[in-house]
Design a protein around this ligand. Structure first.
Ligand code: HEC
Length: 114
């Protein structure tokens, strides 16, 4: 019996260590802000307008599961898609002041990979 309890307890501990990845809500996504001040300003006026709104069709900022298959293409490809435009996303992601390094940092931020 004690042994059974011990097994049950360790199973519970395992569960606590590996919480199930819950999809992020649009509210949680909208609450995320890049830690860098300059990037935060760029983000607020560009990527955020779509990447926190489900109806836009954009992968939500902070939704690691939605970003994972896209990240597999490699960040340089994703930067290229952002600069050139990709399906419903306009060229440059509506960020006139973004450099390639900014796009890279913004992609890392939105993918939850930083
Ligand atoms: C006007 C809306 C809009 C804005 C603004 C926007 N995006 Fe997007 N973005 C989208 C949509 C929609 C998709 C999904 C396209 C698809 O796969 O159908 C997307 C997809 C992406 C992807 C994935 C591309 C791929 O190859 O899978 C990246 C990376 C990305 N956006 C980066 C950015 C960055 C960085 C910004 C800000 C500088 C930004 N986006 C601003 C709408 C937007």
């Amino acid at each position: 019996m004690t042994r059974l309890l011990a097994i049950a307890a360790s199973a519970l501990a395992l569960c606590a260590c590996a919480p199930q990845a819950k999809p992020i809500t649009p509210e949680q996504s909208a609450a995320l802000v890049p830690p860098d001040g300059r990037l935060a300003v760029l983000y607020e006026t560009s990527c955020k307008t779509c990447h926190t709104i489900k109806a836009s069709g954009a992968p939500l900022a902070g939704d690691a599961a939605a970003w994972a298959p896209r990240m597999k293409q490699g960040v340089p490809t994703l930067v290229g898609h952002t600069v050139q435009g990709f399906k419903a996303m306009p060229a440059g992601g509506q960020c006139a002041g973004c450099t390639a390094a900014d796009y890279e940092a913004l992609i890392h931020f939105m993918s939850g990979a930083n």
